[in-house]
Design a protein around this ligand. Sequence first.
Ligand SMILES: Nc1ncnc2c1ncn2[C@@H]1O[C@H](COP(=O)(O)OP(=O)(O)OP(=O)(O)O)[C@@H](O)[C@H]1O
Ligand SMILES: Nc1ccn([C@@H]2O[C@H](COP(=O)(O)O)[C@@H](O)[C@H]2O)c(=O)n1
Length: 216
Amino acid sequence: MGFVIAVDGPAASGKGTIASRLAAHYGLPMLDTGLLYRAVGVRLLDAGGDLDDAAAAEVSARGLDLAELERPEVRTRAAGEAASRVAVHPGVRAALFDLQRAFAGQEGGAVLDGRDIGTVIAPEAPAKLYVTASPEVRADRRWKQLTGQGETVSFEEILADIRKRDERDGGRKDAPMAQAEDATLLDTSEMTIPLAFDAALRIVETARARWGNPKG
Ligand SMILES: Nc1ncnc2c1ncn2[C@@H]1O[C@H](COP(=O)(O)OP(=O)(O)OP(=O)(O)O)[C@@H](O)[C@H]1O
Ligand SMILES: Nc1ccn([C@@H]2O[C@H](COP(=O)(O)O)[C@@H](O)[C@H]2O)c(=O)n1
């Protein structure tokens, strides 16, 4: 495995923003694994399926075409909820495992963000961050993001979504959202995006030095 950076944490903590900037900094490919689950949820809803039907959700996951990750529908509030509901099914997680594992196994390394990268997908990753922020801060960030995309929703509705998502993601039996024992916690509640990236970069550089990358 090359230099893999795992960026886990709850909804709207800023994982994707940090992961994409780390990927650009190191010239590494990046996978937002949440898009996989969002696309599975959206395609199941498109087919008129039940998000709580484990078998139907697995069929949806096994039929996923990566081009579907580009659909604008996957970035909506509804897609985030659908993702979290299909993500509880072990069959869905199993169907998406090999793709994520292969992405992490790329020779030069990779950056992946999600909920279980440091614990399940790439437990041997040399650099692991667990990015978080208070539920209120995360709800504010998500509310600004969704209303900026034209969705009509209240802050209070998003805060309720965040709390429900945290509970479901952290409470599920299979691959629950969790900070890996060797992951460094990064609370971005009081940080701007540049400050959060700087803090993340310091953590990754420390891990990189320890990893002894021949490129120095
Ligand atoms: N430190 C920050 N300060 C202010 N806004 C931020 C910060 N980090 C990220 N954001 C903004 O918050 C929103 C959510 O960020 P991002 O998509 O990176 O979160 P995430 O953890 O990947 O979310 P999810 O896992 O739900 O996809 C985006 O609009 C992003 O620009
Ligand atoms: N590795 C992952 C990534 C995501 N999920 C589930 O998908 C939902 C949406 O993810 P976002 O990153 O787009 O918010 C998330 O709430 C999880 O339920 C997952 O289980 N594992």
